[in-house]
Design a binder for this molecule. Structure first.
Ligand SMILES: O=C(O)CCC(=O)C(=O)O
Length: 229
């Protein structure tokens, strides 16, 4: 597996996220988007813009979750080993235009061990079609979430008391196939899809290997990829 520079881990520790260009080729993005559409048609709740357990029903996504192009950089930021937990498709489309609210993922898995996620758009992602937005360094603070409610029923909570300035926010305008690794403590969301275009993304969630916690048992595709040293 390729070795990644220690600067990657330093950036991740400082900002709570790091960006890796060109992880997937355009042809791979096309193939995975076609597969994502199949999974959504066959398995997703009608109307939802988020679908979890993709690797459990899709061999291409199962293979992708363990791809050395993902696991290599993850090893650089996860010194205690790498375990795949779960993945999900999150998409925006001509009828899914709402922004993803500011949130922290660890709220959704309280009292479990730390995790991080890898967000990869399968369409070029821009401010106009709902790309990921992040608040660098926000993973170093504790945040509270309050109930809100999206029309799709996804993302029911948002961060309250956000004291960052607009200029602090990074709007991640990136080409399809670029990966963003981010901490489950990082405040993140998305721009609205004002362009009304497709913006499909696959998000894999990883944690250090350990004995299963009760939470882990809900994720049948979980797998240790790099054992603890
Ligand atoms: O793709 C998006 O709009 C954001 C997804 C996200 O923040 C998440 O699933 O935690």
């Amino acid at each position: 597996m390729k070795n990644f520079p220690s600067s990657l881990a330093a950036r991740y520790a400082r900002d709570g996220f790091c960006i890796l260009p060109d992880v997937l080729t355009p042809a791979e993005c096309d193939a995975l988007k076609t597969e994502a559409c199949r999974v959504l048609t066959e398995h997703a709740q009608p109307g939802s813009s988020v679908h979890v357990h993709v690797a459990a029903v899709s061999a291409p996504f199962r293979t992708f979750a363990a791809d050395p192009r993902i696991v290599g950089p993850l090893s650089a930021v996860m010194p205690h080993g790498v375990m795949f937990l779960s993945d999900k498709i999150v998409y925006k489309s001509p009828d899914k235009k709402f922004p993803t609210p500011w949130h922290i993922d660890c709220f959704y898995w309280r009292n479990t061990r730390p995790k991080l996620s890898v967000w990869i758009p399968l369409d070029d992602a821009t401010a106009a079609n709902g790309t990921l937005t992040v608040v660098p360094g926000s993973h170093k603070k504790d945040w509270r979430m309050v109930k809100m409610g999206l029309p799709s029923g996804d993302f029911q909570y948002e961060v309250t008391g956000g004291d960052w300035r607009e200029g602090d926010v990074v709007t991640c305008a990136i080409k399809r196939g670029t990966a963003i690794i981010f901490s489950d403590r990082l405040v993140h969301g998305s721009t609205p899809n004002t362009a009304g275009q497709d913006r499909y993304a696959i998000i894999g969630t990883y944690q250090a290997p350990a004995l299963d916690e009760p939470f882990d048992l809900d994720f049948p595709a979980r797998k240790i990829l790099v054992p603890a040293a």
